[in-house]
Design a protein around this ligand. Sequence first.
Ligand code: SAH
Length: 241
Amino acid sequence: MIYVIGIGPGSKELMTNEAISALEKSEVIVGYKTYINLVEEFIKDKEVVQNGMRKEIERCQDAIDKAKEGKEVAVISSGDSGIYGMAGLILELVTKQNLDIDVKIVPGVTASIGAAAVLGAPIMHDFCHISLSDLLTPWDVIEKRLKLAAEADFVICLYNPRSKGRKDHLKRAFEIMGEFKSDDIPVGIVKDVARDGQCKQVVKYKDIDFETVDMTTIVIIGNKSTYIHGDKMITPRGYVI
Ligand code: SAH
């Protein structure tokens, strides 16, 4: 059995009971180093298979090989395992190799949902997730999605907004969306949701300081109705009050 577990954004409070019990049942835990550290208290005497970033295929294949030996294996992703996590890759490998291994996807609180709660209620209406990482997706596809999502007035949650190697992606994304997102649309920025040092900012579109955004940050851009009240970001659902 392979459990593909979303461990939530960071704290134990935001892990589901199902995620905790799947971790407890597992004999082997497979994951990226940073995420293994987040579930340290559940490891005890379990076998741990960890490696660095960009080793996803090897890591998932290791998990499959352990499961073939008859072991109960947990593959962990931060947030939700099916949102830029390991769920898809595990299922792709298991089905391509025609293996008779049970795979159970255990959902988790994804970064956008965790950040939304910190900000107030910014994703009360139709929203989308766009990752600015072009490691697996061509940049022109990302640009097209940014443009059309902004034109359609979705609330837009940006994952992987700005890494050391891709410092200008966020600025470029704001230029593209800026054709449709006006200067005063609220933007919520939350760094390290449910982790040590969590911090948030709510600013107007034109005032974002790209330098404050890094890879453990999520950026949520409001729609035409979104407003700021005090330190809260609110997108009305449409109730007449
Ligand atoms: N599976 C994860 C997403 C992995 S992609 C999930 O469902 O949340 C990695 C990106 O997610 C990061 O670059 C960042 O934009 C966002 N992210 C993940 N955890 C976060 C956290 N605790 N705080 C802020 N952003 C986070």
